[in-house]
Design a protein around this ligand. Structure first.
Ligand code: A2P
Length: 335
């Protein structure tokens, strides 16, 4: 059988990627409904050899016959349409942070916790933050092997995580700087070109970024490890695509780097890319457009008992967002 998919936010960085992924994976499409703001209504996009016209998303948009809705627009769109479509029998796969910690909403990376899809009380599935997904993909095989006690993660996140406007801002600022013109910062509080910002999301009273809090909570929920010790620092870097992460783990029991490499290599969706003497280590340009989570720089951390360091790079628009969402739909279809 075939399914009708609606994409809310079809013209955005993630929405566009969803179209490519549905095409590449030859998802059994009966129909496709593309929604965006009034600005984009009437634009034509192609998928699986057909042309589809973007509709303006409004209160009165009809979703009759839609099986799955991918939402990747704004938090307020997720808040408004997620519960409504879920209650109307559409399976909503939501990319925002709005429902992730809701106990009634599974938070899913299919390779890690597909079993959480068995029950969808609100008709909504959340996909994790685009840094949490590669983190849990790398932690899962280590956790299954010997148990993870504590994680310290520092992220290097590309501007596409913020959306299409941020990608334009990095390119515009770079051009302006090369021409000795003044730089305008609109999307970010400071210039991002030739700079970096240790600031993603909003700050709490205690000085933590909302992105840092998301990583901690989401990791515990997905790994079903409510007391796992996790701490993070999130940094925006002048890279267009792919998020990188330095991950330090303290394990419950010993695991050599070679054993870790073997466990990671056996994890579906993970690619061990680790031969430093041949200058082989994952970089954003390697993982761009790729489905796999790249893991390299696997080595002992001798400063603690059972310590390990990893370097992980993953395409934030693909496994971090659109691909993970499509894989969830595929899992649900397979049953
Ligand atoms: P549009 O392109 O018409 O602005 P990104 O994450 O790359 O910024 O993309 C955000 C996506 O969400 C785009 O597809 C954008 O459409 C869509 N979007 C933003 N605001 C609204 C809105 N109020 N109604 C419908 N779609 C929206």
């Amino acid at each position: 059988s075939a399914y009708t998919i609606a994409i809310l936010g079809a013209t955005g960085a993630v929405g566009k990627e969803s179209l490519e992924i549905l095409e590449e994976r030859n998802f059994p499409l009966a129909g496709l409904r593309l929604f965006a703001s009034k600005r984009s209504a009437g634009e034509v996009m192609t998928c699986q050899g057909k042309e589809w016209t973007v509709e303006e998303l409004t209160e009165s948009s009809s979703f009759a016959g839609v099986d799955f809705a991918f939402i990747s627009a704004t938090d307020s769109i997720s808040k408004e349409y997620g519960p409504r479509l879920g209650a109307a029998g559409v399976v909503v796969i939501d990319d925002s942070g709005v429902f992730r910690m809701d106990p009634q909403v599974p938070l899913v990376v299919p390779e890690v916790n597909a079993s959480a899809l068995r029950s969808l009380p609100r008709g909504i599935v959340s996909i994790p933050n685009c840094t949490t997904t590669p983190l849990v993909m790398a932690l899962k095989p280590l956790h299954d092997a010997v148990g993870v006690k504590r994680v310290v993660v520092t992220t290097f996140q590309s501007v596409s995580g913020t959306g299409a406007a941020a990608m334009d801002e990095l390119l515009d600022q770079t051009r302006a700087l090369m021409a000795f013109r003044d730089v305008k910062a609109e999307v970010y509080p400071y210039q991002i070109a030739f700079n970096l910002l240790p600031h993603i999301g909003s700050f709490s009273e205690g000085g933590e970024c909302s992105e840092e809090i998301k990583i901690v909570r989401e990791t515990r929920k997905i790994l079903d490890a409510p007391t796992m010790r996790v701490t993070s620092t999130t940094v925006r870097v002048p890279v267009l695509r792919c998020h990188s992460e330095s991950i330090n783990v303290e394990l419950e029991k010993p695991l050599t780097p070679n054993e870790a490499r073997a466990a990671l290599a056996a994890m579906p969706g993970v690619l061990v890319y680790d031969d430093p003497l041949k200058k082989l280590y994952p970089m954003p340009l390697d993982a761009t457009g790729k489905d796999e989570v790249y893991v390299g720089r696997i080595r002992e951390d001798a400063s603690v008992t059972n310590g390990l360091n990893l370097w992980v790079v993953s395409d934030n628009l693909r496994k971090g967002a659109a691909l993970n969402a499509v894989q969830i739909a595929e899992s649900l279809v397979r049953g």
